[in-house]
Design a protein around this ligand. Structure first.
Ligand code: GCB
Length: 611
């Protein structure tokens, strides 16, 4: 794919948006070859002419929508299709660019418009686009038919990685039987997970904007860079507006610095009584092509803040920030990983009810709509890429690394302007003790810092502190541990000594601040016992309390955060340690509190009031 900006599609006086959410036609390619759709070119004619179709909502995972068990666990290509009425002024005006955008589809996607391929993209969780003006103008009378084929197969070089095992023993398995192995602990939901839409820009347009911010005393600075496409030169006028729409600074040209007197900084909520302050940066392009004049307008929300890391602290706007928050998943009943506004708003209400000030996007980038909510509400984000389950030594090879680097390109391009994002996480629990992990993480972290020199970079580890090959390259040490769960199950009394040792070892060796990036215990809601036993609400509650007393001691020194695993119960692959999913949520999957939620709520509000 050509290098292009990934500005979130926003309407403006020069841009229109048309959402394509709702019902699409759908078919899984269950043929033995798993390739009938390509052999018979299902994209060439309407899907209903080549076989049966189902109704499928977009956005949503397809897995839990039907009663068909083969669709729930399907591996391979599925086909989506719908027709769109394109406004005729979009088609007739050659000066209008028409773009098709997919918010995300898991995992590998190919897109056709009226049978012509327009896009191909590897990776879920991140958006991709295609210009389709040329195709729809070929035959303006034809309805615009969009076909999207999505394949959820994971291999050693995908991110996350996986493997396929073919079962050839005919006494045990039917012909052609195979399974998808994964090395991460959440269900491999698939399909079109985020909104699909069409939007327009003029053919000379603002392609990308990058801002970085700073302040000195009462003056804020917004350094910006705009890239344009469709022409080599254009006039650019940049205006920064405050919340009330008053202009506070202006500039001309493709790059510059906007100076804001009496700046209102972007603060995390709980740290300031006017949190999540956003300016609006309006970029106005005008350019000529022969006799024709083009004007493009794009407005980017901008929060002015700084992030710094010392050997013992995480600083936002030069003030120490302590992460007391959650790890989440994009996961819920029926829609799986599909974007769902009621769920998003409910989750933000629960985050605030808890007094959580932050979350990590475990274990993949979340929807842009969620990141925008974080900006506005002042919720701090550790932005994680889908580098989860890098366990096999072959997944440290050159092809894997090259793909991982390009996923970081896409992630940073998408999220670089969010003030809520304060740190990148390039991976979760990789096999960091393997020899190739040294070069792998050195390269990956250096690359990420080149893409974005303004934010610290980390990855989340569960390796031995002395043998972790990537730790020397991170800015913040993020450690997961499950004392009295995966180790010494049932023995909560070991937590204080083991957790103390954990912190002292890591800090002693690296002299970097530490976040407890996961800890927790499964609790089946409604199971009770005293004395506490594993899987009861009491056990979960008591594990948390024992961790907390150690956090409180180390917080005065170099521990800069604690993120509970997990915000809510979530679906996983089936297995003997998972009772219809992972039950380490402090809320159920339906977002009702377990006893542990009240413990955390009390603690987080106490921490909030102490700062
Ligand atoms: C972990 C993983 C997370 C799992 C969790 C668990 O260390 O990072 O994805 O869900 O443990 O509950 O086992």
């Amino acid at each position: 794919q050509e290098s292009r900006g990934m500005l979130f599609p926003r309407e403006s006086s020069s841009r229109e948006v048309k959402e394509l959410n709702g019902l699409w036609r759908f078919r899984a390619d269950t043929s033995a070859s798993r390739n009938e759709g390509f052999d018979r070119a299902w994209y060439k004619s309407p899907l209903a002419t080549t076989g049966p179709v189902l109704d499928m909502p977009v956005p949503a995972s397809y897995n839990d929508i039907s009663q068909d068990p083969t669709l729930r666990d399907f591996i391979g290509w599925v086909w989506y299709e719908r027709e769109v009425v394109v406004p005729s002024r979009w088609v007739q005006d050659e000066g209008t660019r028409v773009v098709l955008r997919v918010g995300s589809a898991h995992y590998y996607s190919m897109v056709w418009v009226n049978g012509v391929q327009v896009a191909e993209h590897e990776g879920g969780h991140l958006p991709f686009e295609a210009d389709i003006g040329e195709v729809i103008r070929k035959d303006p009378a034809e309805p615009c038919r969009i076909t999207i084929a999505v394949n959820n197969t994971l291999t050693l070089t995908t991110l996350p990685p996986g493997t396929i095992t073919h079962m050839d023993d005919r006494t045990k398995y039917p012909a052609g039987y195979f399974v998808q192995n994964i090395y991460f602990d959440f269900f491999n939901y698939a399909g079109i997970h985020r909104p699909v839409l069409l939007y327009t820009t003029p053919k000379i347009y603002v392609d990308d904007i990058t801002v970085s911010t700073n302040f000195l005393d009462n003056t804020g600075f917004v350094e910006y860079k705009v890239s344009i496409k469709g022409a080599t030169t254009a006039n650019l006028k940049v205006t920064l507006m405050d919340k009330d729409g008053h202009c506070v600074a202006t500039s001309n040209g493709a790059s510059g610095v906007l100076k804001v007197v009496d700046v209102s900084l972007w603060w995390p909520y709980l740290m300031h009584d006017n949190p999540g302050y956003l300016y609006s940066m309006e970029v106005r392009l005008s350019a000529a092509d022969g006799q024709l004049q083009f004007e493009d307008v794009y407005s980017l929300p901008v929060g002015i803040r700084t992030v710094n890391v010392t050997s013992t602290q995480f600083l936002i706007n030069n003030k120490p920030f302590y992460f007391h928050g959650v790890n989440k998943h994009e996961d819920s009943d029926i829609r799986g990983k599909g974007l769902d506004w009621p769920l998003i708003v409910k989750d933000f209400n629960l985050i605030k009810w808890l007094g959580a000030n932050s979350f990590r996007t475990s274990h993949y980038p979340y929807a842009e709509e969620i990141m925008q909510m974080c900006d506005r509400h002042g919720i701090v984000v550790i932005d994680e890429c889908p580098g989860v389950g890098i366990k096999d030594i072959r997944s440290f090879g050159n092809a894997s690394l090259a793909h991982h680097l390009s996923v970081m390109d896409e992630l940073v391009r998408r999220d670089k302007n969010h003030p809520s994002v304060v740190m990148w996480s390039v991976a979760n629990e990789p096999a960091a003790e393997m020899p190739p992990a040294d070069y792998y993480f050195k390269t990956l972290i250096k690359h990420t810092k080149t893409l974005d020199p303004t934010r610290p970079v980390t990855y989340i580890t569960d390796s031995n502190y002395a043998r972790d090959k990537g730790a020397p390259y991170v800015d913040v040490i993020c450690v997961n541990s499950y004392f009295s769960w995966y180790h010494d199950p049932g023995h909560m009394e070991v937590i204080p000594i083991q957790l103390n040792t954990q912190f002292e070892n890591w800090f002693g060796k690296y002299k970097k601040p530490i976040i407890q990036s996961e800890y927790g215990a499964d609790a089946v809601p409604g199971l009770h016992s005293d004395p506490p036993m594993m899987f009861t609400e009491e056990y979960q509650k008591n594990v948390l309390k024992r961790y907390h007393s150690v956090f409180d001691e180390k917080r005065k020194q170099y521990v800069i955060g604690e993120l509970i695993w997990n915000f809510a119960d979530f679906m996983t692959a089936q297995g003997i340690t998972r009772v219809v999913g992972n039950k380490k949520g402090i809320f159920t999957r339906q977002r009702q509190p377990k006893s542990a939620a009240y413990i955390l709520r009390e603690r987080y509000w106490r921490l909030a009031n102490a700062t």
